[in-house]
Design a protein around this ligand. Structure first.
Ligand SMILES: C[S@@+](CC[C@H](N)C(=O)[O-])C[C@H]1O[C@@H](n2cnc3c(N)ncnc32)[C@H](O)[C@@H]1O
Length: 225
């Protein structure tokens, strides 16, 4: 590896390194957000997506209880801790996560039946913010990948509607330009405003977007005979 005149780093193709991983490494080395994350003590460049969404939508203002779905390696929760130091935070991920001061972390599948109960018991009250950066492991088949990610978004939304405090916020990563029409309709039924956003730190070439639903209207109790 050596520097070029423009200050960019070029990556030599090692014999055993695939072209794809060489491209990934070159992108990491030349990505200003990767450098910023390291300099500012964030565990992931993903932290900047939440910072930018917060700047635009004020997601973290006054939050007291937060759920972080797909927390690993922990960038989003670090951002919440810095912006709202007194907030209680619970996170869940399939992967292990190094401890973060003041954050309760579960290594568990969010799609497991017991996950919502475990999260809510640890949080000790209704959250003001449910945020999901979950992405399904891609299998390389675009339709399958989109469906698997959409299932995660649907489950995260159903959870948010079940547990949020009135006035609360749901933010989720979505793919392929946004949530599908049925999902947006469900969000609009339950939230005052629903917007899609692609923060500047989200890579231009990626199909990743975020949906931000604010002003949870509250649960309507259904009368049972
Ligand atoms: C893009 S990363 C999250 C990055 C994180 N927001 C940060 O700032 O560090 C997506 C995470 O979602 C997790 N994930 C995907 N499916 C999940 C599931 N069913 N249950 C829990 N976590 C899941 C993955 O393991 C992965 O760690």
């Amino acid at each position: 590896m050596r520097g070029t005149g423009a200050g960019r780093q070029r990556v030599k193709t090692a014999r055993k390194r695939s072209a794809q991983s060489t491209r990934w490494l070159a992108r990491q080395l030349n990505d200003p957000y990767v450098h910023r994350a390291r300099a500012e003590g964030y565990r992931s460049r993903a932290a900047f997506k939440l910072i930018e969404l917060d700047e635009r939508f004020g997601l973290l203002k006054g939050v007291r209880r937060v759920v972080d779905l797909g927390i690993a390696p922990g960038g989003w929760s670090q951002v919440v801790r810095r912006q709202a130091p007194a907030a209680a935070i619970v996170g869940i991920d399939l992967l292990p996560v190094d401890p973060i001061d003041g954050v309760t972390i579960f290594e568990m599948d969010f799609m497991a039946d017991e996950a919502p109960g475990v999260l809510m018991e640890a949080l000790g009250g209704a959250p003001d913010l449910v945020m999901s950066d979950m992405a399904a492991n891609t299998v390389g088949h675009p339709q399958t990948d989109a469906l698997r990610t959409m299932a995660l978004v649907e489950t995260a939304l159903a959870f948010a509607i079940d547990v949020l405090r009135p006035g609360g916020t749901f933010v989720s990563k979505v793919f392929a330009g946004g949530a599908d029409a049925a999902l947006v309709a469900e969000m609009k039924r339950n939230f005052t405003t629903v917007k899609h956003a692609k923060p500047p730190s989200s890579r231009k070439g990626s199909v990743e977007w975020f949906v931000v639903a604010q002003g949870f209207k509250g649960r309507t109790e259904v009368a049972v005979d």
